[in-house]
Each structure stands twice: as C-alpha cells, then as structure tokens.
Design a protein around this ligand. Structure first.
Ligand code: ATP
Ligand code: MG
Ligand code: MG
Length: 560
C-alpha cells in the first residue's frame, strides 16, 4: 500500500526530526479532561496524536488533564480508556496532571518569590473589566505590587479548607498592555472546595489549564503537543511558562539541554446536525433528551459503537476530512458514507422484515420445510454461509406489495413474478383484505424448478425480495434514528438548543421479524438487513426478544 501523504502537522514533526531536535525522540500525548465521554471530535485528535507516534516510531501517552475537580470523575476515566482501545490505539503510559500538583505548587511558589506572581483579591468581574481590549491596555490590579511575603502567606491561605471560592486567585505578573490578552496577568490558580477524584481533599486550590498543560508536557518529555486551533493564542504563554520552568529547574542556566515541547494546532472536527460541546452533551444526558451517553444518536464514541459504527469507519472518515488550519463544518453524510463502505466489507447479511405482511405460498404444502443456503457476505468468501428455512407461510414487507401497481413496480403485484432471495421464483395470485380494505395476506404460487442454483432459476425476473419464514423467525424491535438536531449547524444557531432538537430522531418499529440466525447475533457483530441497511443488536435485547439499532441505510435501498 502507498504511504499516505503527510499532513502539515506531520511535516512539522518530520522537519524537527531532520533538524535533530530532541535527539530524534518523538513523544506525543492525548490529554482528555475526564469530565465527559469521548466524541468523534476527540477521535480526530486521537488519530493525530497516536498517528504521529506510529509514523515516526515514537510513543503516545495518555494524560488525564484533571485540574478541575468540579466536573471530573473516575467513571469518565474508565470510559475514555475503553473508547481509545476500541479505536484500536495503544498508549505508552497513563499520566495524570493531578500527579504534578505538588511540583506545580512548588513552581508557583518560586514564581511568587521571583516577583512573577501575585495574589489578587478582586472579583472575577473586576478582573475581567480591567483586562481591556486587544487595542487598549488593561488596568493593573491594586494588588499587583503587594510584597512577596504577603503573596506567599495568602497563597498558602488559598490552599486551606476555609478559603472561600472566588475570594482570591494567583496571577502571573506578565504584561497588562500585551496585545495578546492571554498575557494580561493570566490566572494561575483558583480555589475549588470540591474533593478531587484522585487527590481527595488534599488540595483546595487548583492550577488553571495554562499553568498545567505546558508544564505537564515538559515534565513528561512530550516533544510535540498537538492540539486544536483555539489554543493558537495560548501558544506564546505556553512557551513563556516553559521559559520560566527552565529557569526554575536550572536547565536554562546550565545549558543542560535544549528540550522543549512544541505546540502545533489543527482544526477541530465539527459535524452537521449535532453538537460537540461537552456542556451541551451533558445537558442532553442530564435532561434525558437522549438515553444516556451511549445513545446511538449521540456523537460520542460509545454511542457510535452501540449504533454499529466500526472503529475503522470512524478512522477512515477522519482520514478523508484531513487536518488543516481552518475550522469547517463536516458533512454527516461523509461519515455515513465511510460507515457504509466499511460495513459492506464486514457485515453479515441476514433477513429481517420491519413492516410485515403475510405471504402464503398456496402450492407449497403445509408442514413442509426446506433449508436453503444463504451467503453471509458476498464481499468476503471467508465469511461462509448459514441456512435459512423456507416454508408455506412467510413474512414480507408490506411496502413490497401493491395491488394496482404502475409498470415500473418490480416487486409483488398480482400476475407478476418476483424472486425470493436465496429461494424460489413466485407468482403473485392475489391478496386477502379485512372489512376495512386493509391487506392482511398476500398469496402466491412457487415454481419448484426455480430454486437458486437450478436451471429454472436463471430466467429473467426483475425484482428480488427478502422474506423470513413465519415458523423460523423471532419477533424483534428495531430502532431507527434520524438526525439529533433539525438544523445543520446547531452550534451557530441563536435559538435555545432545545428548540433545535429533532422531535422525531427516534423511530421504534416494534413488530419486526428477523430470521432465527439473526436473533443469535450479539452487540458488536455487524449486520446487514438485506435491502434495508446496516444494523447492530442492542444490549437492551435478548435472543428471545432481540432489539436492533439501525446503523445506516443502504445507498440505494430499492436497487435490485
Ligand atoms: P470542552 O468541550 O469542555 O472544551 P474538550 O472537547 O476540549 O472539552 P478535552 O477533554 O479537553 O475536551 O479534549 C481533549 C483533546 O481533544 C484536546 O486536545 C482537544 O483539543 C481535542 N478535541 C476536543 N474536541 C475536539 C474536536 N471537536 N476536534 C478535534 N479535536 C478535539
Ligand atoms: Mg475541556
Ligand atoms: Mg479542552
């Protein structure tokens, strides 16, 4: 196979290697905050972080960016690990930013002693007001020049159970006039009186993202810190804190090494008809607008897995959209096309009837049955075959019959022949109706010489229908999904996002029949219901009462 063309990110890494940076060592990290489940946007970052390590014989570690105990917990940690494994990636180490709390604290103390940090007792609103605008300088805090001793005392006080949240913050003393707003005395620490999922009540004061992320990269030896575009304006601050850190640990003065992690940014993945913001995803779950994080309508990896998306299809989609420096809205249809393409190679073909009507083969004796061979996957010979049973009483789709059909209707209509998949050619002879005129039964005769493989099977018949034997099937529930939101870009819409939800995103078919073989399929096994689409068994079902999720429809449903 041809080597894929390198993205701009990989080009940067390649150049660094060619220039002998970091002694040829490549180390990346994927840094999730354990405050929710991973979504397909995270998968884009994961593919890059792990992909670079694979491409250049490096290592990719996991680092849980757990610096805000108010929203984090170990349930999220476990599920993040599970989802990364499902995607097929193997990390080197698992690190936690919380393991560096003491190191970061000591570094912050040094910053104070150097006169580079101060405790501000103003409110968040006052601090925000004094920030100024990119074209006008900010106003210095009245606490900016307080003595080092006082800063040290107050910083210790910030880290006590008595400290009130919001009463004090530690700020870096940088430059209140810098055109980069992130340099206007950014907050380094804030008080949070909520137990941490790993450190319990040891700390009462926690580092901000900007005072944790780059330092953590540096502590671990990350060579390339790849992230999304919103961090571009943070990059100078990322570098600045690492300058301080190298001064603090002595490597700068001694010229011991020139190691420094390099931040590189790419565009986020955004998908049509859904949202990626964790806050909004939390709302969907908390308000029961969906059935949990793994609801098959969710853009989460666990939701996609439950719905029946394969990890390969997710990765192929990400490869197809690529990495750029421009934010875009990616078309959900592209993702679905990638899913179809991959499942076509993977899915076991079975028969299921979602909207059943009885078909009686009037010249096939009652009580007789015969087993037919069904190919599991025409795209994969290795997949083998399974048997299906043909009998007098069958179920077919109500929509596959028309009493008065137009000329182009190649399904079942009186006086015309159709082929029953893997079985016989049958001639429709009529139908029975109830008092209201509803069709309750369709009748046909079969041609005994037309069984698949027999010479009589070769004659030209336009339509092929799927069916299940009424005596060899299981009643099933099928959940069909539509887009979660009814507008293309819900994140850009001014209206409240509740109003943008598609009220018909879930459609339950509770009277379906699947062949016996399909009822035995477990969650995780990719299925194609012939002529309908791709499906996967849902954990809500059992062998006796299976439930399936529709993954995605076939491209041209009614093609022969
Ligand atoms: P929030 O919604 O709270 O901002 P987040 O989506 O940034 O959270 P993190 O756990 O901080 O979640 O993300 C971990 C990594 O995944 C980060 O490096 C982030 O840049 C990346 N990431 C998150 N969302 C996307 C996305 N939509 N596309 C590409 N990468 C993403
Ligand atoms: Mg976050
Ligand atoms: Mg983030």
């Amino acid at each position: 196979e041809e080597k894929h063309s390198l993205s701009f990110v990989e080009q940067f890494v390649k150049e660094d290697l060619a220039n002998g940076k970091n002694g040829g060592r490549i180390q990346t990290r994927f840094p999730p905050e354990p405050n929710g489940y991973l979504h397909i946007g995270h998968a884009k970052a994961i593919c890059m972080d792990f992909g670079v390590a694979e491409e250049f014989n490096g290592v990719c570690n996991l680092r849980f960016d757990d610096t805000n105990p108010s929203k984090e917990n170990t349930e999220y940690v476990e599920n993040i690990l599970n989802d990364i494994k499902w995607l097929g990636f193997q990390w080197g180490h698992i690190y936690y930013a919380s393991d560096y709390f003491q190191k970061l604290w000591d570094f912050a103390i040094w910053m104070i002693k150097q006169g580079n940090a101060y405790v501000d007792e103003q409110t968040a609103e006052q601090i925000a007001e004094q920030k100024g605008t990119p074209t006008t300088p900010g106003v210095a805090s009245p606490y900016r020049d307080r003595p080092v001793e006082e800063n040290l005392r107050l910083f210790q006080q910030m880290n006590t159970p008595e400290a009130a949240e919001g009463s004090m913050v530690l700020r870096a003393k940088l430059d209140m006039a810098n055109p980069n707003m992130h340099f206007r005395d950014p907050i380094m620490y804030r008080i949070i009186q909520i137990p941490h999922h790993r450190t319990g009540t040891k700390w009462h004061c926690y580092p901000m993202y900007d005072f944790a992320h780059g330092q953590s990269d540096y502590f671990e030896g990350v060579t390339h810190s790849i992230c999304t575009l919103e961090f571009v304006p943070h990059r100078p601050l990322y570098d600045k804190f690492i300058d301080f850190l190298k001064e603090y640990d002595g490597t700068a003065a001694k010229g011991l090494n020139d190691f420094r992690p390099r931040q590189i940014e790419f565009n986020r993945l955004n998908l049509t008809y859904t949202v990626m913001s964790k806050r909004k995803l939390h709302t969907l779950v908390d308000e029961h607008l969906v059935n949990g994080w793994d609801d098959p309508r969710m853009p989460t990896l666990c939701g996609m897995r439950r719905r029946g998306y394969s990890p390969e299809s997710v990765k192929n989609f990400i490869k197809s959209i690529g990495y750029t420096k421009f934010d875009a809205l990616n078309d959900m249809a592209l993702l679905e096309a990638a899913v179809r393409e991959d499942l076509n190679k993977r899915a076991t073909r079975v028969s299921a009837v979602l909207d059943p009507v009885k078909l009686v083969i009037t010249n096939y004796p009652e009580g007789q049955s015969e087993e037919m061979e069904a190919v599991n996957n025409p795209e994969d010979e290795q997949a083998g075959t399974h048997t299906i049973t043909f009998t007098r009483n069958l179920w077919i789709e109500r929509g596959d019959f028309m009493e008065d059909a137009p000329k182009k209707f190649f399904r079942m209509t009186p006086g015309k022949e159709v082929r029953l998949k893997n079985a016989y050619i049958v001639m429709c002879t009529g139908c029975k109706k109830d008092a209201d005129g509803n069709i309750i039964e369709i009748e046909a005769t079969y041609d005994p010489d037309s069984k698949s493989g027999m010479p009589g099977a070769n004659r030209k018949v336009k339509g092929t229908l799927h069916w299940v034997s009424a005596d060899h099937c299981v009643k099933a529930e099928v959940r069909e999904y539509d887009r979660l939101f009814s507008v293309e870009n819900p994140s850009a819409d001014e209206r409240d996002f509740h109003e943008l939800l598609n009220p018909n995103s879930l459609h339950v078919h509770d009277n379906c029949y699947v062949e016996d073989f399909a009822a035995k399929m477990k969650p995780g096994q990719y299925l194609q219901f012939q002529r309908i689409g791709y499906f996967m068994a849902d954990p809500d079902g059992t062998e006796a009462a299976p439930v399936y999720n529709k993954t995605v429809g076939l491209k041209d449903t009614w093609a022969k």
